[in-house]
Design a protein around this ligand. Structure first.
Ligand code: HEM
Length: 129
């Protein structure tokens, strides 16, 4: 049986719509917009490259930027558990809006849950002892 490459099933147009819809939400989310640049054009461009390779497509991100080292690249930004959940909520809403559904969506989203939680690099202030 032919292995299914998620990127091939989703396609570049839907992935691009997803990322643009997602950053439209990030730009308005009270917990997220303060740590992002005002202009998200370049952020969205890099995220399209990254998710293309994350989903088994061509290595567009690494060809231009080198190894993703995502946790290290996120270290300058205070990512609490609550911010990771906010990021995931924006992504879930974006997936709904662009009509991503079924197993392809569930598998993709479940991988993003793991990656987002891995980005947590600060303690939520309330948890600090
Ligand atoms: C960059 C926040 C999770 C992929 C960034 C930037 C911020 C950020 C502030 C810098 C934007 C810029 O300077 O252009 C967050 C927060 C997350 C999160 C709050 C919550 C957990 C993720 C996840 C992924 C991801 C789960 C991948 C699936 C990226 C990529 C970049 C990026 C590829 C661009 C890195 C580069 O500059 O080359 N993120 N992020 N992020 N993020 Fe996240």
């Amino acid at each position: 049986r032919k292995p299914i490459i998620p990127y091939e099933e989703i396609g570049p147009e839907l992935l691009s719509d997803l990322v643009d819809t997602f950053y439209g939400k990030v730009a308005r989310h009270p917990m997220l917009y303060p740590i992002f640049p005002d202009d998200l054009t370049e952020t969205a461009r890099k995220q399209k490259q990254f998710l293309t390779q994350f989903l088994g497509g061509p290595n567009l991100y690494s060809e231009e930027h080198g190894h993703p080292m995502l946790r290290a690249r996120h270290m300058p930004f205070p990512i609490t558990y609550d911010r990771a959940q906010a990021w995931l909520e924006c992504m879930a809403e974006a997936m709904d809006e662009v009509g991503m559904e079924g197993k392809i969506r569930d598998d993709f989203y479940n991988r993003l849950i793991l990656t987002a939680n891995h980005m947590v690099n600060r303690t939520t202030p309330d948890e600090e002892g």
